[in-house]
Design a protein around this ligand. Structure first.
Ligand code: CA2
Length: 149
């Protein structure tokens, strides 16, 4: 059976498409989920969002326990604050893509230092919601490579 790709979304992303369209676009999180499933072309996708740090940590542990193929994570504001999510991601043996809808490096200095970037395989930022589709396609390649190694 093909192992699933997990897509984890952090705080406030449930409001996507409903506020600040000039930064985050007009696509809703439900539409992002549909884009991910389409880009996965049959690879199962476990798509989740939480406003609670502990829940995201528990989900990373679950991804480890269930041998997920890879994790795509948009930690949102936890990117800049959560050593605990960083520690959980460090334990995941497969590929991880950190994803941001906006280009965090083009924004104010508080958005420049990610706790996640040093422990992930790759970072995608600034492609808008379509970044999720790119991340899923890249993750399919990375997971296939990891499975061959
Ligand atoms: O660009 C991204 O994907 C971010 O991870 C989004 C975070 C922000 O803290 C990061 O710097 C970059 C914020 C998400 C806030 O969620 C919203 C959802 C809908 C409308 C406005 C904000």
């Amino acid at each position: 059976m093909t192992r699933p790709i997990w897509v984890l979304n952090g705080p406030n992303l449930n409001r996507l498409g409903k506020r600040e369209p000039q930064i985050y676009g007009a696509t809703t999180l439900a539409e992002v989920e549909a884009m991910c499933r389409e880009a996965a072309e049959g690879t199962p996708v476990e798509f989740r969002q939480s406003n609670r740090e502990y829940e995201i940590i528990d989900w990373v542990h679950e991804a480890i326990e269930t041998e997920a193929a890879g994790i795509v994570i948009n930690p949102a504001a936890f990117t800049f604050t959560s050593m605990a999510i960083m520690d959980a991601l460090k334990m995941f043996p497969g590929p991880i893509i950190e994803l941001h809808i906006s280009n965090i490096h083009k924004r104010e200095p508080i958005y420049h230092r990610s706790y996640m970037s040093p422990v992930v395989t790759a970072v995608i930022a600034g492609l808008g919601a379509r970044g999720y589709a790119f991340a899923i396609r890249a993750m399919r390649d990375l997971a296939a490579e990891a499975a061959r190694a």
